[in-house]
Write a protein that binds this ligand. Structure first.
Ligand code: KG4
Ligand code: ZN
Length: 336
């Protein structure tokens, strides 16, 4: 595109109410996230009804703050991009209703964005894409390997057959009586111990780029129960480190194999679990002696935010792909 353009992004698919303003798909002018984690932590997970109410309470403040940070007015905004799905339906609807109302009132085009496309495009806020690229998506709801041959084109070559990586982190953390969300706690504890317990690694079929984490999760839960029954003290750091090593091993090896097989020019890692220190180190190390660069978003862009939604929406804006007024939230929505 020759002319500069500015997109307002809105994200409310789970437990973060977020608005962001992004120029030309790459430059963040504002990125505001209101996290509800504290409201859900006491229940050990996200409570959908509470999430919807919190989004309703926060959305106007978050939008106002985004305009304030970006020092923008509505005249500067070219289009509004909003997460269509997948996610919690009541939560999605808050963002979509806000986006529709604003687009209608301010006469701006509306753009519907897939949440996972958003996670992928968080990387374009730091580094321009080169195709073909391989994206490893590891979030609370998704674990997928995706090949992109052009902007907005996604071919899924592997996915989890059961739990998502983040889900496994959260469930194991719960077993270890760590607060929700457990991923960051497991990550921190892992630095304090050796991965000395031999938990399983689900390689599946040798050629397969699919994942499975439910067997590992059960193995950890069984280990903890057995040790407790024997009256042994659980070394949480040792369990965390051993569990994390198992997840990181499989994610790293399969990503490496896929990058070689598809002869990609770049590897990008996306989603909340991309914040994991162990994973960042292992993947970086694995690709060190190859000519394939690996990128991770900065930590604040790994977890849910609206800058990534505006970045993914920018590609659709450039292609002139806009949403109709009957846009609705979708709890399940395929990327490919
Ligand atoms: O992408 P995200 O913010 O939300 C979804 O779209 O699901 O990902 C949230 C997930 C949670 O399961 C959380 O435990 C995990 O990302 N997570 C981590 C870390 N930080 C967040 N998992 C492992 N290590 C981390 N440092
Ligand atoms: Zn997400």
């Amino acid at each position: 595109m020759e002319k500069d353009y500015i997109i307002l992004g809105i994200e409310t698919s789970c437990d973060e109410t977020a608005a962001a303003i992004v120029k030309n798909g790459k430059e963040i002018l504002a990125n505001v996230v209101s996290s509800q984690i504290k409201k859900h932590a006491q229940f050990g997970g996200v409570v959908p009804e509470i999430a919807s109410r919190q989004h309703t309470e926060q959305i106007t403040y978050v939008l106002e703050e985004a305009f304030r940070q970006a020092n923008c007015t509505w005249d500067d905004i070219d289009a509004i991009a909003v997460t269509e799905g997948p996610g919690l339906i009541g939560a999605l609807l808050v963002g979509i209703s806000a986006a529709k109302a604003l687009a209608f009132a301010k006469k701006k085009p509306l753009i519907n964005v897939h949440h996972i496309a958003g996670h992928i495009y968080a990387n374009r806020l730091i580094e321009e894409f080169e195709f073909p690229l391989l994206a490893l998506i590891v979030s609370g709801g998704h674990t997928e390997l995706i090949i992109m041959r052009d902007h907005g084109e996604y071919e899924r070559i592997g996915e989890t057959l059961d739990d998502a990586a983040g889900e496994a982190f959260d469930k194991v953390a719960r077993t270890l009586e760590l607060p929700y969300p457990g991923g960051p706690h497991i990550d921190r504890l892992s630095e304090k111990a050796e991965a000395s317990i031999d938990f399983p690694r689900a390689w599946l079929d040798e050629e397969s780029f699919d994942f499975s984490f439910s067997g590992l999760k059960s193995a950890v839960i069984n280990y903890v129960h057995n040790e407790k029954q024997r009256g042994n003290e659980i070394d949480k750091a040792q369990v965390a480190a051993s569990f994390q090593a198992s997840v990181v091993d499989v994610l790293t090896e399969k990503t490496y194999r896929a990058a070689k097989r598809y002869d990609v020019k770049q590897v990008i890692v996306a989603g909340g679990v991309a914040a994991n220190n162990g994973l960042r180190k292992r993947i970086t190390e694995k690709f060190k002696n190859t000519d394939i660069p690996v990128y991770f978003p900065p930590l604040e862009l790994c977890t849910d935010n609206a800058a990534m939604i505006a970045a993914a929406g920018s590609i659709l804006y450039e292609k002139g792909r806009f949403a109709a007024w009957d846009l609705n939230g979708k709890a399940a929505l395929p990327l490919t």
